[in-house]
Design a protein around this ligand. Sequence first.
Ligand SMILES: CC(C)(COP(=O)(O)OP(=O)(O)OC[C@H]1O[C@@H](n2cnc3c(N)ncnc32)[C@H](O)[C@@H]1OP(=O)(O)O)[C@@H](O)C(=O)NCCC(=O)NCCS
Length: 162
Amino acid sequence: MNCLTPKAVRESISEYSELALPNDANGLGNVLGGKVMHLVDLAAALAALRHARRAVVTASVDHMNFLHPVKIGQLILLRSSVNRVFRSSMEIGVKVWVEDLQTGAVRHTSSAYLTFVALDATGQTVPIPPVIPETEDEKRRYEEAAQRRDYGWKCGEKASSG
Ligand SMILES: CC(C)(COP(=O)(O)OP(=O)(O)OC[C@H]1O[C@@H](n2cnc3c(N)ncnc32)[C@H](O)[C@@H]1OP(=O)(O)O)[C@@H](O)C(=O)NCCC(=O)NCCS
């Protein structure tokens, strides 16, 4: 298969989970925001690697929110997918939930958008396969990713629409 053969979003959707342990706590007994950011970066890297099937680096974290605190003992659940590919870069969306393991209640706690860039063996940026959105949500995220990139470009960042 040609390495630039387009791939469906579903081919690289990734899931990751981790139990929140006391070592991850802030002074309030909730999980540190930085810990959640670390997990978001890992989950995003999984989708980026599965799509590109080559080395990728985090170029930017374009957006991240924290809607609710995560408590120690809860399970942190992450789901990542490729929203759009440009040339060597791609926007990855990550959604985070927490599950209360005693009640089974699941709550959306964070969302994030990250940009990953693919590199060759010499560290040069390389083109990656286009992504094909299939579901209505994937198509919406695909369009919104281009708008976010255009907005970043207008605000003086390096990225421009592809
Ligand atoms: C990301 C990196 C590879 C870009 O290198 P570069 O020489 O500036 O690359 P270019 O200018 O040719 O841009 C390559 C692509 O990256 C994108 N890009 C570069 N900087 C970006 C940024 N800050 N945010 C989003 N996209 C970015 C460009 O838009 C371009 O996308 P395209 O090919 O899809 O059109 C380089 O800055 C780097 O290695 N950064 C460190 C990454 C890292 O170590 N991450 C972990 C942090 S601990």
